[in-house]
Design a protein around this ligand. Structure first.
Ligand SMILES: [Zn+2]
Length: 64
């Protein structure tokens, strides 16, 4: 099957859904996962989203 439609759902987003993750500060990653940090909602990358779900990286988001 051709890959014509890969990522078609995020192409309309800013920079095609890519950017710098505020937690790990990697650039060029897909920042698509919204997490609530206190009163704010931030978009993080896939790996940070998983880590936060496991209760890790809490000190990394504490000062965001
Ligand atoms: Zn990240």
């Amino acid at each position: 099957m051709a890959k014509t439609h890969r990522g078609i759902g995020i192409r309309a987003q800013h920079n095609r859904g890519r950017g710098t993750c505020p937690v790990c500060e990697r650039t060029g990653v897909k920042v698509l996962y919204s997490r609530e940090v206190g009163e704010n909602t931030i978009n993080v990358c896939k790996r940070c989203n998983a880590a936060l779900s496991h209760g890790k990286l809490q000190d990394a988001i504490a000062d965001l």
